[in-house]
Design a protein around this ligand. Structure first.
Ligand SMILES: CC(C)(COP(=O)(O)OP(=O)(O)OC[C@H]1O[C@@H](n2cnc3c(N)ncnc32)[C@H](O)[C@@H]1OP(=O)(O)O)[C@@H](O)C(=O)NCCC(=O)NCCS
Length: 254
């Protein structure tokens, strides 16, 4: 994969992460964006203690573990790409500043064309490791994640009988609030769209939050209405969950 770079007048660069340290730094952007700013109830439940030193370290460690487990498709492309968005250092000799993170996933039910969605959400997300012995929290999160990814997984299944039998999924996109509205998310999304085209003009899909959907709509994604409905047990119905819209963007030639 060529490490594409996107530069604009703020000196933005978008490229795959270099190592665990990048992800550890980027986790700060993610927690500021999803935790502090958006107060996203699902992200917060998936990242207990996100606003504490130990919770942050655990959240970053889970991301690093996921990054290390990246598989490849039959052409040698990584099925998961952790992208960092960096801005120039503010002081001489300092490193560039990580301002945002995106995770793009090439997904497919066909062997060799991408990662297949997991039927067992609790196992895939190691919910027992996250909430040891807390069955009701594990059940709640499994229900929430299955609901959130329901249409995504249906599309991946439909694609199995089409050519190409894969999609590019924007699994996460976050920009540190300190650096928002500078075109950083746009750069992270454009990288994935270019990569989707390079990998065979794959369709790009995502779940757009109330903040993210504005960026994606500007970049050619169309919202599939109505908004995602979370199917959860009655006892958890009143818990706070973010609004999300499933959105898709056809490849350039389709
Ligand atoms: C959504 C998010 C990633 C956008 O990041 P960003 O770097 O500020 O976005 P960009 O600067 O690339 O925005 C590109 C365009 O999208 C639109 N846009 C971006 N954020 C917007 C917002 N909050 N409201 C309305 N339009 C918005 C604007 O048209 C913007 O261009 P402009 O600033 O020239 O008007 C960031 O706000 C964020 O991390 N939010 C919290 C977490 C989240 O919801 N992530 C998305 C999950 S799907």
């Amino acid at each position: 994969m060529s490490p594409a770079e996107y530069k604009n007048d703020v000196g933005l660069r978008v490229e795959p992460v270099d190592g665990p340290e990048d992800i550890e730094q980027a986790f700060h952007c993610v927690s500021e964006a999803f935790g502090r700013q958006a107060q996203d109830g699902v992200w917060i439940a998936m990242n207990p203690g996100w606003d504490t030193v130990s919770g942050k370290a655990s959240g970053a460690a889970r991301m690093v573990a996921r990054w290390k487990e990246t598989t490849s498709d039959k052409n040698g492309n990584p099925n998961t790409v952790f992208l960092k968005a960096t801005l120039p250092a503010t002081k001489p000799n300092d490193e560039r500043v990580i301002a945002g993170l995106a995770i793009w996933v090439q997904a497919s039910c066909v062997e060799g064309h991408g990662d297949s969605p997991d039927d067992d959400v609790a196992k895939a997300m190691n919910l027992e490791g996250l909430y040891p012995g807390n069955e009701s929290e594990q059940r709640y999160l499994a229900q929430v994640m299955s609901s959130l990814h329901h249409t995504r997984n249906e599309v991946i299944k439909e694609k199995a009988s089409q050519l190409p039998p894969a999609v590019m999924v924007l699994d996460l996109c976050a920009v540190d609030p300190a650096y928002q509205r500078k075109g950083i998310a746009r750069g992270l999304v454009q990288w994935g769209l270019d990569e989707a085209e390079r990998r065979g003009n794959l369709e790009a899909i995502l779940e757009g939050s109330s903040m993210g959907r504005h960026v994606y709509a500007k970049m050619g994604f169309e919202a599939q209405l109505p908004e995602i409905v979370y199917h959860v047990d009655e006892e958890s119905a009143s818990r706070d969950r973010p609004s999300n819209l499933f959105m898709r963007r056809k490849g350039n030639s389709s």
